[in-house]
Ligand binder design. Structure first.
Ligand code: NAD
Ligand code: ISE
Length: 336
């Protein structure tokens, strides 16, 4: 019989609750036994139907004997403390993106994991698990469109939560494309520019929209439109131009309605709709690696660090308007 993995979840907000739903109702062999949130009312509300224990804080949850593995779903600025504590406790930890909000914080996590001697950390860059992105990569790797030259991306949110700050356009949103292109092209990003068109009237105090230009070590150029108040829905686009053809993400909607002279189809509301299956696959594979006793197979601390280095550079580019070069430290052997 398959062993049951006992998971503790820190942060019971939007994605914490969505991951708890998938761990307990979509995936088999996983119990959510512990919940912690700075909002004790939210923690109690989420834990009650599961029969899970509410812990007064994330550190107490990580230390609990009943917790085999930890899911960190609190705000980005709190991730470092919890991931470091999980490494110290020798417990596998799945940390929602970003791994931490600065290059230095990510390096401290990398150093702790290297000191521990084996990989314990997976970071929630779920696009690597999305069927459409995987198909895009398969075509690229097959060579059918020839050597890649450019990629055009758009990352549009209908709106953003109240806690969202101006630089979150990079650190919370563009960071997905930053991770995705490293994985897609198997090359590091070496420089970044951020261009600012006229500000949307829906933008409030945010620099919205933005255009990032990412230069890769293999000379591929990637442009990324970030728009976080488009109102009409959640829209993720990507097209790769190769020497002999192109490959692009298509409309993820399942249906098209033709009626009264019009053609219409659904647009996802937010990331929960668009990437639901990707999150399912991501957490299934993570749980299987933990149950199997092996290292996580998905993006790890090094990928979290590499994304943070580029994201730091992009924040600098946003502030200054300059082209900012990116330098990555030497990759420790446990991440090769
Ligand atoms: P949210 O505000 O809905 O939820 C965060 C929860 O964490 C809140 O309940 C808050 O009270 C709690 N919290 C804050 N600080 C805490 C602390 N120190 N200890 C314990 N709990 C704490 O936010 P969200 O949208 O669920 O985002 C949470 C994280 O997940 C962020 O890092 C975000 O970037 C990431 N995220 C990832 C994706 C994705 O597509 N992979 C999607 C959404 C969010
Ligand atoms: C959110 O935190 C996510 O990670 C979503 O995938 C992204 O689209 C959104 O912009 C972020 O705020």
């Amino acid at each position: 019989m398959r062993a049951v993995l006992r998971v503790g979840v820190i942060g019971a907000g939007l994605i914490g609750r969505d991951h708890i739903r998938r761990l307990t109702t979509v995936l088999a062999g996983i119990d959510v036994v512990a919940v912690a949130d700075v909002d004790a009312f939210v923690a109690a509300q989420v834990a009650a139907p599961l029969g899970a224990t509410v812990y007064p804080n994330g550190l107490a949850l990580i230390a609990a004997d009943e917790v085999d593995a930890v899911l960190v779903c609190s705000w980005g600025g709190t991730h470092e403390e919890y991931v470091l504590a999980a490494i110290t406790a020798g417990k596998p930890v799945f940390c929602e993106k970003p791994l931490a909000t600065t290059r230095e914080a990510c390096l401290r996590i990398v150093a702790a994991e290297v000191g521990h001697g084996r990989r314990l950390v997976q970071v929630g860059y779920m696009r690597r698990y999305d069927a459409a992105y995987r198909a895009l990569k398969q075509v690229l790797d097959s060579g059918v469109i020839g050597a890649p030259l450019m990629m055009h991306c758009a990352h549009r949110n209908a709106g953003v939560p109240a806690f969202y700050e101006p630089e979150n356009t990079i650190t919370d949103t563009a960071v997905h494309e930053i991770d995705m292109v490293r994985w897609m092209f198997g090359a590091e990003i070496v420089a970044v520019r951020v261009l600012r068109p006229r500000v949307s009237r829906n933008a409030g105090s945010l620099p919205d929209p933005l255009l990032l230009v990412l230069e890769l070590a293999n000379e591929v150029l990637v442009d990324v439109e970030i728009s976080v108040n488009v109102r009409y829905g959640y829209d993720i686009r990507g097209e790769i131009l190769g020497e002999d053809g192109t490959v692009s993400l298509e409309n993820p909607g399942l249906i098209a309605v033709r009626h009264a002279g019009r053609l219409a189809g659904p647009v996802p509301g937010d990331w929960r709709d668009r990437f639901a299956t990707a999150y399912d696959v991501e957490l299934r594979e993570w749980a299987d690696s933990v149950i199997g006793g092996g290292p996580p197979v998905g993006p790890g601390s090094w990928d979290g660090y590499a994304a943070a280095v580029v994201s730091d550079a992009a924040v600098r580019a946003l502030r200054t308007g300059d082209r900012v070069a990116v330098t990555v430290d030497e990759r420790p052997a446990i991440y090769s």
